[in-house]
Design a protein around this ligand. Structure first.
Ligand code: ADP
Ligand code: MG
Length: 324
């Protein structure tokens, strides 16, 4: 396969029709019809083999995840997905690999009606950069800087499951007690994250701030706190659990997964106390759960406390590139 055969295969396998795509893959640039009166939300994220996924990860999962992490950013903004670009750097033109990758990418793209409208294809170490575009009504997008002191902190799903999945993948003895059903479930949480797009849309007008959890709950919550000029406190006993997570590790290990594990792609939001019930009802409509884990407060930084209010120490806060 040459470069143009690769591009044609991507175009064929990833096609999602949209009326607002005037001209898609195949010209020097795509021509797109922006939605009148909307703000355009734009975001990009890169996955590097060996950094964001282990070498040998199934191509379907890589394709899925490369779009999922980007859709998750749109979800965290409360933006409706529209268009995507895909910059692919591949070590070789492997038709089977490309087919698997495209099928994973396309499966998620179809679910969200997002059209792949262009990109770039080069030879090099396996690296995938996806750029996404979405719409939100003026002033309605969920930002990091809108939290107020007293707002509750809510998280969707079960943060920590993806990190437990990574521990499974790395073959830690710790998880040998977890049965194959748990392992498959936790691995799926790591490799096929579900971007909370519908939830993000439903939270417009309810949440005062939002972020998606890619680098660990504590660290990502810290970004909302910092951008909002506040501190935050998480109560460990309030953190949501699943049975699979309970079985996978002891209490200390679980706490590290929940607070410092990355790759969950759940939403962490600020909600005024009077709107918590509305937020939780919206989540139920989207087939997910929002758990109240703490509150924003005057000050700075993220405090972790137990039910009695005593500080809980954690060894590491979350994932950061360029930090040893
Ligand atoms: P140019 O050299 O002008 O950048 P390319 O040969 O790179 O053009 O791309 C040809 C067309 O194929 C363009 O429309 C481009 O957006 C699209 N394209 C290239 N690579 C990809 C890809 N990985 N995914 C989607 N579209 C792609
Ligand atoms: Mg090019």
């Amino acid at each position: 396969m040459g470069e143009f055969a690769l591009i044609e295969e991507i175009r064929r396998r990833c096609a999602v029709p949209r009326a607002d795509v005037i001209l898609g893959i195949g010209d020097d640039a795509a021509l797109l019809q922006p939605r009148a009166g909307s703000e355009l939300a734009v975001s990009t994220d890169t996955l590097v083999a060996g950094v964001h996924f282990p070498a040998g990860t199934a191509p379907f999962d890589i394709g899925w995840k490369s779009l999922a992490v980007n859709l998750s950013d749109l979800a965290a903004m409360g933006a409706e997905p529209a268009w995507a670009l895909l910059a692919l750097s591949l070590p070789a033109a492997d038709a089977d690999w490309l087919a698997g990758f495209c099928d994973g990418f396309a499966a998620l793209a179809r679910q969200h009606g997002i059209a792949l409208v262009g990109g770039d294809t080069t030879r090099g170490p396996l690296t995938i950069t996806v750029t996404v575009h979405g719409f939100a009504p003026p002033g309605a997008a969920l930002r990091r800087d809108g939290a107020r002191a007293g707002d509750r902190i809510l998280v969707s799903g079960i943060p920590g499951e993806a990190a437990a999945g990574l521990t499974c993948l790395l073959g830690s003895a710790l998880l040998h007690a977890a049965g194959p059903v748990d392992r498959d479930y936790l691995l799926e949480r790591l490799q096929r994250p579900i971007p909370r797009v519908a939830l993000g849309l439903a939270l417009r007008g309810i949440a005062s701030a939002a972020i998606d959890i890619s680098d660990g709950l504590r660290q990502d919550l810290g970004h909302i706190a910092a951008r909002s000029g506040l501190g935050a406190v998480i109560v460990t006993d309030r953190l949501p659990h699943s049975e699979a997570l309970q079985r996978a590790g002891d209490a200390d290990q679980r706490l590290r997964w929940q607070l410092a594990g990355g790759d969950d792609y759940e939403l962490c939001i600020a909600v005024p106390p009077a709107r918590v019930a509305a937020a939780q009802a919206a989540a139920a409509d989207c087939g997910t759960v929002l758990t109240d884990i703490g509150a924003f407060e005057e000050g700075d930084g993220v405090r972790i406390v137990d039910a009695a209010g005593a500080d809980v120490a954690l060894p590491r806060s979350g994932w950061e590139h360029f930090v040893a």
